[in-house]
Design a protein around this ligand. Structure first.
Ligand SMILES: [Zn+2]
Ligand SMILES: [Zn+2]
Length: 333
């Protein structure tokens, strides 16, 4: 029987189409991926090609090596095709009936490794720690910038997730406004807090840890689970166990602990589903709400094993053809 489930934190409904349900094995990539070399002379992110990207903002590099030259192990650059730019004046104006403003903001690329063919799931733990530390560092720095209201960190892996660049990288966009979608999430979380006096995410983790059937991995500080109303097959949330609305509040030690669970979960996805394409989003409160009791930062991983189509676009309701409980079982060990 099909079931319509609700995510209590986001209030989003999802159809879990058990009639068409597929077994976890059915999602394994059909075609063998073509092996990728460790270095690609044509890749702008590979060492030696630094001059083909905008100059670096910051990098972690060996002592004695020069900016925009090889010797780095994590490198942050402005996005060459930036969606928003710091040089634009943030001015609101009307165009007849419509409203617009300057495309002010920051759009950065975090090159996660000098090695072309790695991914967060198969890098050394130390390297993933460096990436998570950079996430934290850039988040804190950009949060302090004038007129920046929210910083969104994300990662697109593979063509179906919207990237053509193979070289491992994440992106970050700092925006001068809080998007309506995020405002909606905050409103729902606020309403829950009003009714219950507790954070909906904290309550959800408590429930998941008690029920256990959707938990993929639990560590000292984090829990990874497949949400009750996962929008897509193999959807995963990684949530800090301790309440914390803003990602910028995490300590360097917590960033390292995040690296461990993130790497482990992505490694299992990679191995068990033959390196699926996925989007990863770090959800966090807008900067001004970073210390609120009602919101909670977390990482969402959305494998791109199916394509949202007309119904999803028209209704905002996703049809998921796999059971989150089976996902967890499959990714557990
Ligand atoms: Zn490369
Ligand atoms: Zn919480």
């Amino acid at each position: 029987m099909p079931e319509i489930r609700q995510n209590r934190a986001t209030k989003e409904w999802v159809i879990i189409a058990t009639e068409r349900a597929k077994r976890p094995d059915d999602f394994q990539a059909r075609e063998e991926k073509i092996p990728v070399p460790a270095f690609d002379p044509d890749c702008p992110f590979c060492p030696g090609n630094e001059s083909r990207t905008p100059g670096e903002i910051v990098s972690f590099r060996q002592a004695g090596t020069q900016k925009d030259k090889p010797g780095w192990w994590v490198r942050i650059i402005p996005n060459k095709f930036a969606a928003v730019s710091p040089g634009v004046e943030l001015m609101r104006e009307t165009e007849g009936f419509f409203l617009k403003m300057g495309g002010y903001g920051r759009h950065e690329v975090i090159i996660e490794s000098p090695q072309h063919n790695l991914s967060l799931g198969n890098m050394r733990l130390k390297q993933v720690e460096e990436v998570c530390l950079v996430y934290r560092e850039r988040y804190i720095e950009l949060s302090a910038e004038k007129d920046i209201k929210i910083v969104i960190i994300f990662r697109n892996h593979g063509k179906a997730a919207g990237t053509s660049l193979v070289h491992p990288h994440s992106q970050l966009i700092a925006m001068p406004l809080v998007p309506t979608h995020i405002r909606h999430l905050l409103e729902e979380a606020t309403r829950y807090y009003d009714d219950h006096g507790s954070c909906v995410f904290c309550d959800m983790i408590k429930e998941e840890l008690e029920f256990k059937k959707r938990v993929i991995l639990e560590t000292e500080s984090f829990v990874a689970f497949s949400p009750f109303a996962s929008q897509v097959p193999f959807g995963i949330w990684i949530v800090p166990k301790e309440h914390n609305a803003g990602f910028g509040n995490i300590t360097t030690d917590e960033a390292k602990k995040l690296a461990f669970i993130l790497r482990e979960v992505l490694s299992r996805l990679h191995t068990k589903l033959s390196d699926p394409d996925y989007n990863l989003v770090l959800h966090t409160a807008p900067i001004r709400d970073s210390n609120e009791d009602f919101y909670h930062w977390y990482i969402q991983i959305l494998p791109r094993l199916t394509t949202p189509a007309g119904f999803e676009l028209g209704s905002g309701v996703y049809i998921n053809t796999s059971l989150p409980e089976e996902t967890a079982e499959f990714l557990k060990g």
